[in-house]
Write a protein that binds this ligand. Structure first.
Ligand SMILES: [Zn+2]
Length: 346
């Protein structure tokens, strides 16, 4: 979701953050950010909060270098201390390592933790990679994370209640990767995810925005690198793709759904053939063997009617998670890994 706010300062406004919201399905204002060209006072302590001429707080960014990754951090809250602490910085750096994140792409990247109780207040953020420019943020309700680009850099805002959640951070870092995709790579990505070619990269509908889909698929692709292959939440897996492109599959807890009749219809031909070639007592007592079962599942998932039903379904599995989730197939995951290799060699 992109929000533009003029604030009666249009002559001063230099740049607008492009705003993406994560982990929400509804579209309403959470955070309005714009940029203005405003000289800020030279700080005596580079990490101390400054004040603009009209009394607004100016939050500096802190430079960090950990394990070969350079990035900026800051914290907007009531404490007046912008240092997020070593543990949080290590969490970020460790994640960048797990993601094999291109070091060049974090040199002008700021990760800012925001106290969401500051709803309605306005603050300035000093951006070190642009002389005399501050990011101007009106803090509204920020849910999850938010990514915006600024000149040759980017800012990620994180809700302090989310903290440094690895899934949220990975999604936001996915936006930073997608910013560097070539047009050719976007075409390839649309094909891999079954996104109609005329779809704008950003959509007001979060779940149908290709940019958001990329961030979600990026997150899912690196899930096993970050949390290990067997980590699985019974309730709602924060690493599952929440956008509406790609092939939808049932979760392992989805035992039945309103799509069952459509699914049965999709496999009736194959099932009949199996029944014809199988002794009747076997049909009564046994499920089809695993090779037939996997063929049946492929046939179900390939059926457009089944996919249509699953994408529209808002049903939950017995553990409260969604009944169906989008999957990143191996080709799509390989595509993303190839992009990372390319960006690392730049
Ligand atoms: Zn996003």
């Amino acid at each position: 979701m992109t929000i533009f706010c003029l604030l009666g300062l249009s002559t001063f406004i230099f740049f607008f953050l492009e705003i993406y919201l994560t982990d929400i399905e509804t579209n309403y204002n959470r955070l309005i950010i714009s940029f203005l060209s405003q000289p800020t006072p030279t700080p005596t302590d580079s990490l101390a909060i400054q004040f603009s001429d009209d009394g607004k707080k100016i939050y500096p960014l802190q430079y960090n270098k950990l394990w070969g990754h350079e990035f900026f951090t800051s914290k907007i809250d009531q404490t007046g201390n912008i240092d997020i602490g070593l543990a949080a910085k290590q969490t970020i750096a460790k994640l960048l390592n797990f993601l094999d994140f291109p070091p060049n792409l974090t040199k002008n990247l700021a990760i800012v933790n925001v106290d969401t109780t500051l709803v309605g207040s306005t603050v300035l953020i000093k951006i070190p990679w642009i002389e005399g420019i501050s990011a101007f943020a009106i803090i509204q309700q920020l849910e999850g994370g938010l990514y915006g680009t600024l000149a040759n850099g980017a800012v990620i805002f994180l809700n302090n209640l989310v903290g440094y959640d690895l899934a949220v951070l990975t999604h936001e870092l996915g936006h930073q990767i997608s910013y560097y995709l070539t047009d050719q790579e976007w075409i390839q990505y649309y094909k891999l995810r079954g996104i109609p070619s005329n779809t704008p990269r950003r959509s007001n509908d979060w779940s149908l925005s290709p940019e958001e889909d990329f961030a979600e698929v990026y997150k899912a692709t690196y899930k096993s690198s970050v949390v290990g292959p067997n980590e699985y939440s019974m309730v709602e897996d924060k690493w599952t793709i929440k956008t509406k492109y790609g092939i939808f599959v049932p979760t392992k807890y989805t035992y039945s759904s309103s799509c069952d009749p459509i699914e049965e219809n999709a496999i009736s031909g194959l099932l009949k053939t199996w029944e014809k070639n199988t002794l009747s007592y076997q049909i009564d007592y046994y499920m089809p063997p695993s090779d037939i079962m996997s063929k049946l599942e492929d046939q179900i998932s390939a059926d457009p009617k089944v996919q249509n039903c699953r994408k529209k379904s808002n049903e939950l599995n017995p553990f409260g998670g969604p009944a169906f989730v989008s999957q990143a197939n191996p080709e799509t995951q390989q595509f993303i890994k190839n992009v990372i290799v390319r960006l690392n060699s730049m």
